[in-house]
Design a protein around this ligand. Structure first.
Ligand SMILES: *Cc1c(COP(=O)(O)O)cnc(C)c1O
Length: 343
């Protein structure tokens, strides 16, 4: 079995999840009759401090349903230049919501307040309406970095002062909460909506939740149906999501410890460079340019040594720790990287 550090999405459901899935009481959720989905939506909403939540098949659909629900055709949304919404969602905001995307260069998920302010349009016959600011916490491309509550509040505050709503892409919001030692609900207190994934470090096989106030979630439910995300006996999936929220949040600290140990081992290898300051949760970005290999070649060579990673930008590979990586996998993973660099 390879040591699979490509992503926390490769996590297998636990035996307890599989049993709960087999036994879950279910109904037709498009009719609102699936008791397990309802329980999951209630628990998820409460954990992020929102009135209501909606179970969606993926994080991408959660973000896109949020954008569709917050905006109207021809509006503008502000996103970080390195955000998942801008980089990895197949231009869905343009296609599905017909909004214009304006990018701001943030640092590790934090946009400077004057940059946000400057990106918000005034009232002018030539300008679109700025409708939504999207934040991301933890920040994937920055290497899983966290944004603290004060910075979250400040960014949301600038938007709200100008009548702009705020959506949080919190795919890994519980990683941020554990790393910061604050409840997830505190981090998204001032966000109008938040999406988080059950299928990454929390190890459920499928699903994400979109949370917000009751009125927003009611509209989002209709938009989910329009996009083809209305599911029937989805309690089979929601049963694993409940266990993800009940049992898998606190253990994320283990993944963070493993990531730190991995990063500390790798930084000592000549030719590699790791910005230890960005290793705040479960993601380690390793600059391999000093080895003379490009990231694709490096990841391929490492794969032959039984350690899987992904090329990440022009210079780096990404390694992600998760439930199915044990503490004793870290030293062999470091040794394998050593062997690739030495070869
Ligand atoms: C994974 C991820 C998503 C999308 O989730 P999928 O379930 O893969 O569609 C969105 N935002 C961030 C920051 C992510 O890491």
């Amino acid at each position: 079995m390879p040591i699979d550090l490509r992503s926390d999405t490769v996590t297998q459901p636990t035996d307890e999840m599989r049993r709960a899935m087999a036994e879950a009481p279910v109904g037709d959720d498009v009719y609102g009759e699936d008791p397990t989905v309802r329980r999951l939506e209630e628990l998820g909403a409460s954990m992020v401090g929102k009135e209501a939540a909606l179970f969606v098949p993926s994080g991408t659909m959660g973000n896109q349903v949020a954008i569709l629900t917050h905006t109207r055709r021809g509006d503008e949304i502000i996103v970080d230049a390195n955000s998942h919404i801008f980089m990895y969602e197949v231009a869905a905001a343009a296609v599905l919501s017909a909004v214009q995307v304006r990018i701001v260069n943030g640092v590790r998920g934090e946009m400077a307040l004057p940059d946000i302010e400057g990106a918000i349009r005034g009232v002018d016959i030539h300008s679109p309406v700025t409708r939504l600011l999207c934040l991301e916490n933890t920040h994937n491309r920055a290497g899983g970095t966290v944004v603290g509550p004060d910075a979250m509040d400040a960014m949301a505050g600038v938007a709200h002062a100008r009548g702009v709503r705020v959506h949080l892409d919190g795919a890994r919001i519980f990683n941020a909460a554990i790393a910061l030692g604050v409840p997830a609900s505190r981090l998204c207190r001032d966000c109008d909506s938040v999406m988080f994934c059950l299928s990454k470090g929390l190890s459920a096989p499928v699903g994400s939740l979109l949370a917000g106030d009751r009125e927003f979630i009611e509209k989002a439910r209709k938009n989910r149906k329009m996009l083809g995300g209305g599911m029937r006996q989805a309690g089979i999936l929601a049963a694993s999501g409940l266990l993800a929220l009940e049992r898998m949040v606190d253990r994320l600290a283990e993944d963070h410890n493993n990531a730190r140990r991995l990063a500390q081992g790798l930084v000592a290898i000549p030719g590699l460079s790791v910005d230890l300051g960005t290793v705040q949760t479960n993601i380690v970005v390793v600059d391999v340019s000093g080895t003379g290999m490009d990231p694709e070649a490096f990841a391929a060579a490492l794969g032959k040594q039984g350690v899987l990673s992904v090329p990440f930008g022009a210079l780096s590979i990404r390694m992600v720790t998760h439930k199915d990586i044990r503490g004793e996998d870290i030293d062999p993973a470091i040794q394998a990287v050593h062997d690739v660099v030495g070869a």
